[in-house]
Design a protein around this ligand. Structure first.
Ligand code: SF4
Ligand code: SF4
Length: 319
């Protein structure tokens, strides 16, 4: 089953608070459901929201049609009927790996020193930070840190970390609470040890503009050293795939990562797709030989019409 809604164009960032969208937020809105932003969302005209939903539905239709041959090809290759596989769409990240620019590294280091300082101000060196009241002994946190079966990671492997992009502007979501957790596991760690540890974990190259720890093969921080949100957040697409997998235990996954903007690349073999299959036993295959078919103007017309309708109403609002 494909998910019912397509990826956000600017994934996960609320246009008001610039924080990642909440898991429960519906797609198609500009503002998240935090109380400070909810009012702005509610002020949006209902008809605009309906038009946005229509635009997303048209995008999904055209995307499903375009990616269907790729899914069929992989299922045929695996000799697996569609009813015996979990299939879906996910976002697509295709940014280059670059050395972290000096200004971004300096900004991150300033943030790191601040959150470490906050942690040690609350509980000085030699005393152990207390776990949060709602998670005494970090039992929930430890459960969230557990590695997941590879088959469930098919989505993220294909996507390559769309939800890590906001980590670039939020300093890997590190907070004093993350540092408390680190110190709880390393009670003798001094402030300078913690800073050295987190700086040493930075990759030589990271995904351009993304989180400082977003390396070539994913996150370079161990799960237990990440912010809680990094271990708990799953985008809507991944959650849909997980739900489908729970309904079909024992089956592998076939995932198509595709750029939201594929509609602007109508040519055959447009470089904005990645197809990955992961068998239940964890065997992973990236099907690099599969080509995205061309997209005709006729196929695109309903999406363009829906896009135009949203644009028209937005322009009217500005007057
Ligand atoms: S949860 Fe996985 S599939 Fe979803 S945006 Fe993050 S990396 Fe991509
Ligand atoms: S710390 Fe790791 S998981 Fe968290 S946003 Fe950065 S790269 Fe992603």
């Amino acid at each position: 089953m494909f998910p019912a809604r397509p990826p956000r164009q600017n994934p996960q960032l609320c246009q008001a608070c610039r924080q990642p969208f909440l898991e429960e937020d519906e797609l198609g809105f500009d503002f998240c459901g935090r109380s400070a932003c909810l009012t702005r969302r509610q002020l949006e005209r209902p008809e605009l929201n309906q038009l946005r939903q229509a635009r997303e539905a048209r995008w999904l239709e055209v995307t499903q049609r375009r990616t269907a041959p790729l899914l069929d090809a992989v299922l045929s290759r695996l000799e697996t009927p569609a009813s015996e596989a979990v299939t879906g769409l996910v976002p697509f990240v295709d940014r280059p790996l670059v050395p972290l620019p000096a200004d971004r590294r300096a900004s991150f280091e300033t943030h790191l020193r601040q959150v470490v300082d906050n942690s040690f101000t609350e509980t000085p060196e030699g005393s152990e930070p207390l776990p949060p009241k709602d998670d005494p002994d970090y039992a929930q946190r430890a459960a969230d840190e557990a590695e997941e079966p590879s088959v469930l990671n098919a989505a993220c492997i294909a996507c390559r970390g769309d939800c890590c992009l906001p980590g670039g502007t939020h300093h890997a979501f590190l907070s004093a609470r993350t540092i408390d957790r680190f110190r709880w596991r390393h009670p003798s760690a001094r402030a300078k040890d913690v800073i050295s540890y987190y700086l040493a974990a930075l990759p030589d190259e990271s995904v351009q503009g993304s989180c400082v720890y977003h390396g070539a093969f994913g996150c370079t921080l161990k799960r237990e050293d990440r912010s809680s949100i990094c271990n708990t957040f799953l985008c809507w697409f991944r959650r849909e795939l997980d739900k489908d997998h729970a309904r079909k235990p024992g089956y592998g996954e076939v995932v198509v990562a595709i750029a939201r903007t594929h509609t602007q690349r109508q040519e055959e073999d447009a470089p904005c797709v990645r197809v990955v299959s992961v068998a239940e036993d964890g065997v992973l295959t990236e099907h690099t030989d599969l080509k995205l078919p061309a997209l005709s103007d006729v196929e695109l017309a309903p999406f363009h019409a829906a896009l135009s309708a949203v644009h028209t109403v937005k322009e009217e609002r500005k007057r």
